[in-house]
Design a protein around this ligand. Structure first.
Ligand SMILES: Cc1cc2nc3c(=O)[nH]c(=O)nc-3n(C[C@H](O)[C@H](O)[C@H](O)COP(=O)(O)OP(=O)(O)OC[C@H]3O[C@@H](n4cnc5c(N)ncnc54)[C@H](O)[C@@H]3O)c2cc1C
Length: 497
């Protein structure tokens, strides 16, 4: 009897060792091979988050910290650029990936120091310098019980860069960030400072929001804020073909849903054939009203599970299994600020020879299933190193001229790992163009802050308002003071290309 128990024990131990041992060994291997530090960002004016382009700027100018001094400095800089026939481009946190923050031989204005802020609690308006990053703002609001209304899912970005691409995130039931901008002040290409809102200088308001730095330097921004809230995550495993319907059923008229996002499986066992939706439901909590959860350390294990997917089918299957069976948050209470305060470096490549590249496609609700079905064979053909797909819901944007969401859309954010060489770049270009065609066939668009791989024709198909947008740019900036690589690639009149 004792011998039998021992044998049973050994068998159980063996099974446990096989089941648990492989993932443990695998994660240990990922940990051993992981770099110690995030890859450094290239210098201002020289490169951006893609780490795929090197620019030679003529000058890089740091904006003054003092608001009045900065305003004078920018106005003088514009006069000088006009008289010398120079180009100015504007850099926030430089997480755009297509040279949006520089121009060859141009002047790059670094907005980093312009980060003052103040709060009008009665009006619930945050006034903030355009160079401030979300990681400056979130603790400031958190300490006062408030949170950003609409932003990306990471905290690294500047306010100026975020409103100039018109970002969006996991916020449920909302258009992109422009809808939360009450007003801003901007130094225009003539060197004058104007306040823009829906009521005053409305045309410039709609052009500069989502305007990629082509209409002047945005100074302070008045942002509508919201309450910090506490959430509990609730995950649903669903069929991708029913994603849009299920999402609507789960979120519509559900006043307790504060945020929501989805994922599509990139695991080889269920590639684009399984999806999940995570709802963040508001929870009453015993925590004192202004209790912070911001000091919680990010999980190293989460990084290892995520990065374990790079070049590993096993790693991708394992991660999807973990997310399905254990969930991403382990049932913990989360604050809104905590959810939005993660740095993108938590999951990013630490291998100097590879980079993480993003795409995003905006697909109308009724076409989402079609896009997922039609894009799947494109991925199977190209076999890119696709690490993650999140899905966000975005309500129509009526504020920006170059809108990517004229109707309700789902944004599919694709994160790839890419080698930093010409061959990998050429392969990514081919893949991107095919995916843009699939998106177009589904009445969809692609997001503009990423690599400039779309053809000019694809750009104009996706953004039929682009010609009018650039005509207005030349009207507001006849000397072409504010230019960058994005404008250089897509902004010239069609016939001159
Ligand atoms: C890892 C990662 C995750 C991301 N996640 C999301 C996401 O969840 N949702 C989303 O919508 N996007 C996302 N993005 C895209 C991101 O929102 C954009 O790249 C955004 O521009 C980043 O802000 P930034 O401060 O880095 O802008 P920058 O790259 O510095 O600038 C972007 C544009 O804004 C202009 N600009 C900057 N400051 C000013 C100013 N003061 N006045 C006028 N123009 C200005 C620049 O000239 C440039 O054209 C992500 C990008 C990365 C790399």
């Amino acid at each position: 009897m004792r011998k039998r128990s021992k044998i049973a024990l050994i068998l159980v131990a063996l099974v446990v060792a096989v089941v648990v041992g492989r993932p443990v060994l695998f994660l240990a291997f990922v940990w051993l091979n992981d770099g110690a530090e995030p890859n450094p960002m290239p210098s201002v004016g020289v490169g951006d988050a893609s780490r795929m382009i090197t620019n030679v700027p003529d000058e890089v100018i740091a904006v003054a910290e003092d608001p009045a001094a900065a305003e004078r400095q920018i106005s003088d800089l514009i006069q000088r650029a006009a008289s010398e026939g120079r180009r100015i481009s504007i850099a926030g946190a430089r997480h755009s990936m297509g040279g949006h923050t520089f121009y060859p031989g141009g002047i790059t204005l670094d907005m980093e120091a312009f980060r003052h802020m103040s709060l009008d609690e009665d009006k619930r308006i945050l006034t903030v310098g355009a160079g401030a990053r979300w990681y400056d703002i979130i603790p400031y609001l958190d300490a006062r019980g408030y949170a950003i209304s609409i932003m990306q899912s990471n905290n690294d970005f500047s306010v100026g860069g975020s409103i100039s691409v018109n970002c969006h995130g996991w916020q449920n039931d909302k258009p992109p960030i422009a809808s939360s901008v009450e007003s801003f002040r901007i130094v225009t290409p003539s060197g004058d400072t104007l306040r823009c809102s829906r009521q005053d200088n409305g045309e410039l308001f709609s052009l500069a929001l989502g305007g990629y730095g082509l209409f002047g330097v945005i100074l302070e921004v008045d942002l509508r804020i919201t309450d910090n809230e506490y959430y509990e995550a609730e995950a649903h495993l669903i069929e991708p073909s029913g994603y849009a319907d299920t999402y609507h059923k789960l979120t519509e008229n559900q006043s307790d849903v504060g945020m929501a996002y989805g994922r599509l499986s990139v695991a080889p066992k269920s590639f684009f054939e399984e999806a999940s939706i995570t709802l963040l439901r508001r929870k009453e909590t015993d925590l004192p009203n202004k209790e912070t959860l911001l000091d919680k350390e990010p999980s190293v294990l989460k990084r290892l599970v995520f990065r374990g997917g790079v070049n590993s089918g096993y790693g991708k299957n394992f991660r999807w299994w973990v997310e399905k069976e254990i969930g991403e948050t382990g049932g913990k209470l989360l604050s809104r600020n905590q959810l939005m305060n993660g740095p993108s470096s938590l999951y990013s490549s630490r291998d100097p020879d590879t980079t993480d590249i993003l795409h995003e496609y905006f697909i109308p609700s009724d076409q989402l299933a079609n896009f997922i079905e039609k894009s799947r064979p494109v991925f199977l053909k190209h076999q890119p190193e696709l690490l993650n797909v999140t899905i966000r819901n975005i309500h129509p944007d009526h504020d920006t001229f170059l809108s990517y969401a004229p109707e309700e859309v789902f944004g599919l954010v694709l994160l790839f790992s890419q080698e930093r060489d010409e061959e990998a770049e050429a392969a990514m270009l081919m893949l991107t163009r095919e995916l843009i065609d699939v998106a177009h066939a589904c009445r969809g668009r692609y997001y503009l802050p990423y690599r400039p791989h779309a053809t000019l024709e694809q750009f104009h198909q996706a953004y039929p308002q682009a010609s009018a947008f650039f005509t207005k740019k030349r009207h507001f900036d006849p000397q072409g003071i504010f230019e960058n690589k994005f404008y250089q690639t897509y902004g010239q009149p069609l016939e001159t290309k």
